[in-house]
Write a protein that binds this ligand. Sequence first.
Ligand SMILES: C[S@@+](CC[C@H](N)C(=O)[O-])C[C@H]1O[C@@H](n2cnc3c(N)ncnc32)[C@H](O)[C@@H]1O
Length: 211
Amino acid sequence: MEESSTRKIYDWQSVVYDYTFGALVRKRIARAITHMNIQDGQTVLDVGIGTGGSMLAYPKHARVMGVDLSSGMLREARKKIEEENLQNITVFQGNALELPFEDSSFDHLFISHVISVVSQPELLIREAQRVAKEGAKIVILNHFLSTNRFVAMLEKWANPLCQKVGWRSDLALADIVAKTQIEIDYRYKIRSVDLWETVVTTNTKSALALA
Ligand SMILES: C[S@@+](CC[C@H](N)C(=O)[O-])C[C@H]1O[C@@H](n2cnc3c(N)ncnc32)[C@H](O)[C@@H]1O
């Protein structure tokens, strides 16, 4: 996956996203956001916010910024901000691999269905660790390569097709953890057999130094 082709794929998908993949994952997103336990006035960066399907799930007391590569996806997010009068949320176009923020800028980060879309997943996590404060929750919601060998074989086989629609199906969580030293508090699936998993982590700046 390269950012230039990804941008085009999601510009194109923006028109149908909320009725397709977006509808499928909305409840999971809302549940995952509760695991940040956002306190009054805290700041959240929603990385790859897309059409903003997450926005209604944030408490009104949260100050949320969303970044995304695709102007098409952001157009849909801005429509929702206006229609729902979400004054606590702003979105802007940018690359999650080069976040335009100083170190330790955010209380929490939400990374929903993006880590398997960017060209360098470990760089995305390092950027998240950098801009998150010490002790921040970084919540990652995504599909990861199965630990079941047969399922993993199918996922690897399907990968070229998945890449054509904008994500890769062969990303292993263990590789990300090994490369970024990210500390997992806990992880869960909402069903015993589920393609998607929520991974709740606590940011430690020492992990950034070790990686
Ligand atoms: C599958 S969508 C997920 C959208 C939303 N977070 C959700 O869970 O429904 C992936 C999003 O990541 C964005 N994206 C991909 N690479 C990115 C990057 N390098 N920087 C910022 N956004 C990126 C895409 O434009 C797209 O909107």
